[in-house]
Ligand binder design. Structure first.
Ligand code: NOJ
Length: 559
């Protein structure tokens, strides 16, 4: 494949190509005002922690006004800040504080759907069938004589039907509207010029305030098959995802971002779940998105061969086009790495659930200590690969998933809509432990008015950031070292990855980039690295008599 060339500004050296971006799930990061909910001032108070961690920027999950039915992914106003998080002035202060520390700030853009409390949707319901207000969403009459059957058979990604029937202003049972997620998240009709125009304005609004880019929510979903036919294929509905017109939106947005160059290097990173790497690469053409998460690696179980072929898929399918690869192993939608890699006996997910869940939120018997060793090894692996990385908050602490939240505290709509079959994502969103002190392990100030919005288990004390800072072997210390060493070691080496086969050791993944070798031992048997790999610069577990432990990784360097 030819190397990418763009008509826009050169991105060869843009900051985002190799950046490590820390994902802030604001609600759970740090609470400054004591209401049990994280906020922008809480984040401002911990920016130095992020600087010391060594990341290049932050991605903030949605913090716009929202009824919080899907914790911010149900946006009621795209141009403001939710009062529980702060206001526009606090946001400007955050951006200024971050920039003063050399940190970039990315927001989360939710273009597929808004909140059912968004003024446009309220107006659409009030205006009645056939009105121009309804045309901004996907309203249809139901099937059957009384219209009581949904317009088609599409399912919501959160479970249940993708359609909800409204009551018309005159009190009669009315039309249905489409929502790929919760009923509180009506899908826009992206063929409508108002929708296209509004998002152009929203981008400029935040870019003009100094935002450095956006993560784009369900970026492949905006367009639906125009005839809305029944879907009879598998779990991945091709009538709701990856329609060709979506690329026009990203070309349009790229032109908007490029209009701020060369003074500003803005980036879009797409959340794109598509079947194959070629589909993903299509979004990364030089005039479309700058970045897109490579989720294939996140879905792999702890197995060296599977990791290698997944990484190879990205290097050949994306790297070879000239686009940067965006690596990630965790986010607010999947189980934490310690828990995923610590599964020693997996349960079968319920047959009615999407098979994807077996990879991203697997259940089963977990060995947390083993998971933590593997998660530390994975940290070194990811940071050695060419490209950028997104690091989910709490991963640097080695936090496990909280699997046993009581049903009555769960808030994730996936839990409700799947009638409890999918326990959902709350367990990866429990407020962070900053200190070993009660109450709330430093998440909220001592003078609190409320408990943390999700209860923290007592065992969180073991993971408190303040305690890990005192321990040179902690997972936090490893991340800080790794990020520092990565800057020195990898910023000057070639991007090309050369695999090294280790005879008789299928469980070992090793590759070289110039003078640096990264090795991961996936199995339990220790490995003595050959002398030609050079000397060890960093490892995720103690080295005994020159041998790397099982379930560990190391970086080696030849002078
Ligand atoms: C993907 C987001 O990451 C997830 O948290 C959200 O629930 C859905 N998109 C719907 O917006």
């Amino acid at each position: 494949m030819a190397l990418a060339s763009s008509s826009g500004p050169s991105t060869e050296r843009a900051w985002w190509r190799d950046a490590v971006v820390y994902q802030v799930y604001l609600r759970s990061f740090a609470d400054a005002d004591g209401d049990g909910i994280g906020d922008l001032d809480g984040l401002r108070q911990h920016l130095d922690y992020l600087v010391q961690l060594g990341v290049d920027g932050i991605w903030l999950n949605p913090c716009y006004p929202s009824p919080q039915k899907d914790h911010g992914y149900d946006v009621a106003d795209y141009r403001d800040i939710a009062p529980e998080y702060g206001d526009l002035a606090t946001f400007d202060a955050l951006t200024a504080d971050a920039h003063a520390r050399g940190l970039k700030v990315l927001m989360d853009l939710v273009p597929n759907h808004c909140s059912s409390e968004h003024p446009w949707f309220r107006a659409a319901v009030a205006a009645g069938p056939g009105s121009p207000e309804r045309a901004r969403f996907i309203f249809r009459d139901g099937r059957g004589d009384d219209g009581a059957t949904p317009p088609n058979n599409w399912s919501s990604i959160f479970g249940g039907p993708a359609w909800t029937r409204i009551v018309e202003p005159d009190g009669t049972p009315g039309q249905w509207y489409l929502h790929l997620f919760d009923a509180a998240q009506p899908d826009f009709d992206w063929t409508h010029p108002d929708v296209i125009g509004m998002f152009d304005d929203v981008l400029r609004f935040w870019f003009d305030r100094g935002v450095d880019g956006f993560r784009i929510d369900v970026a492949a979903a905006l367009y639906k098959h125009p005839g809305l036919p029944d879907w009879t294929g598998g779990h991945y509905n091709e009538y709701t995802h990856n329609r060709p017109q979506v690329h026009e939106v990203y070309r349009r947005w790229r032109r908007i971002a490029d209009s701020y160059a060369p003074e500003r290097e803005l980036t879009f990173v797409g959340e794109i779940w598509v079947p194959g790497v070629a589909d993903l690469a299509a979004y990364l053409r030089p005039d479309e998105l700058h970045q897109a998460f490579y989720f294939d690696l996140l879905k792999q179980p702890w197995n060296g061969q599977l990791f290698r072929s997944s990484i190879d898929g990205a290097l050949t399918g994306i790297g070879s086009t000239g686009a940067t690869i965006t690596w990630t192993l965790a986010n607010h939608d999947v189980h934490r790495t310690v828990t995923r890699y610590g599964i020693v006996r997996a349960d079968e997910p319920h047959e009615s659930l999407d098979r994807n869940l077996a990879f991203i939120r697997p259940r089963g018997e977990v060995d947390t200590a083993l998971g933590e060793r593997r998660s530390r090894a994975a940290c070194l692996l990811l940071l050695a690969l060419p490209g950028s990385q997104y690091l989910y908050q709490g991963e640097e602490l080695g936090l496990p998933e909280v699997l046993d939240l009581p049903d009555q505290v769960r808030q994730d709509p996936t839990w409700f809509r799947s009638e409890g079959l999918d326990p959902g994502r709350d367990g990866s969103r429990v407020p962070l432990p900053w200190t070993a002190q009660a109450p709330s392990f430093g998440f909220s100030p001592t003078q609190v008015t409320a408990e943390p919005w999700l209860p923290q288990p007592q065992w969180f004390v073991k993971y408190a950031a303040s305690e890990q800072l005192k321990d040179a072997d902690s997972t936090l210390a490893l991340h800080r070292r790794a990020l520092r060493v990565r800057r020195d070691l990898f910023s000057t080496v070639d991007r090309a990855v050369t695999w090294i086969d280790v005879p008789g050791r299928d469980d070992v993944l090793a590759f070289r980039r110039d003078s640096v070798t990264c090795v991961v031992v996936f199995g339990d048997t220790p490995l003595r690295p050959p002398a030609e790999w050079g000397s060890i610069v960093l490892c995720s577990a103690p080295v005994h008599q020159g041998q790397l432990a099982g379930n560990s990784a190391a970086w080696l360097h030849t002078p």
